[in-house]
Design a protein around this ligand. Sequence first.
Ligand SMILES: Nc1ncnc2c1ncn2[C@@H]1O[C@H](COP(=O)(O)OP(=O)(O)OP(=O)(O)O)[C@@H](O)[C@H]1O
Ligand SMILES: [Mg+2]
Length: 252
Amino acid sequence: MTLLTLQHVRRIFAGNKNNQVMALKNISLEVEAGDYVAIMGESGAGKTTLLNIIATLDQASSGQIILNGHDLSQLPEKDAAKFRRQHLGFVFQNFNLLDTFNNQDNIFLPLVLDRKPLEIMQQRLLPLAAQLEITEILQRYPYEISGGQRQRVAAARALITHPELLLADEPTGALDSQNSQRLLQIFDQINQAGQTILMVTHSAATAAHSKRTLFIKDGIIYHELFRGQQSEAQYLQKINDSLTALVMAGGD
Ligand SMILES: Nc1ncnc2c1ncn2[C@@H]1O[C@H](COP(=O)(O)OP(=O)(O)OP(=O)(O)O)[C@@H](O)[C@H]1O
Ligand SMILES: [Mg+2]
């Protein structure tokens, strides 16, 4: 089943007249349910812009975005926050946890906003907290835990709503290699359990956990790799080769 379709998506940031930035030129893309897609590309290539548009945090200048039958380009601004809570999960580089809430309440927040009963919230939290190894720190505050723990709390908050699509922008960007590995193992597990993931990363080793890597340059998808039956090491080698080719091809 196709979960997400983008057709000819463009995003132009209007600066002053001579200063427009075409961050996305013409992006067409299909993502199957259960897929795990990495998006790579140099700084300024348009990765975050693409993710933000899929996340309904930003709107395309033209083109179509369909998520599970919902046309996001037609989604009224007033419905966007609710749509995000009910259909999408987010993990950002800088965690975005609220320091005035303890970790458990941070995780419950999207369900509280949708008025889910406490019983359901707790039922969902128990297995998730165990999987993410955060059971012991649920009553603490985000400023009382480590960066790796914070990212796992953020992942719990993203997953507790059972999102159709998990969006991650540099989820390992602020983590050391050990905590990156832990988070990526969790992503592997949830993907194996059926969770669709779309993840922006600068790291080839991180991208090598995906099933498919898209390379963006100057607002277009210029190359794509599939893991298929390759080992993680073989796939990583191909990703690195593609990145080298990208740099050799020059541009900005
Ligand atoms: N709000 C904005 N107004 C104007 N230009 C913007 C805005 N947001 C992004 N851009 C421009 O759009 C282009 C793509 O930016 P984007 O943030 O998507 O890049 P990125 O691939 O995520 O880069 P990085 O790897 O550094 O995070 C860049 O040239 C950037 O300067
Ligand atoms: Mg970015």
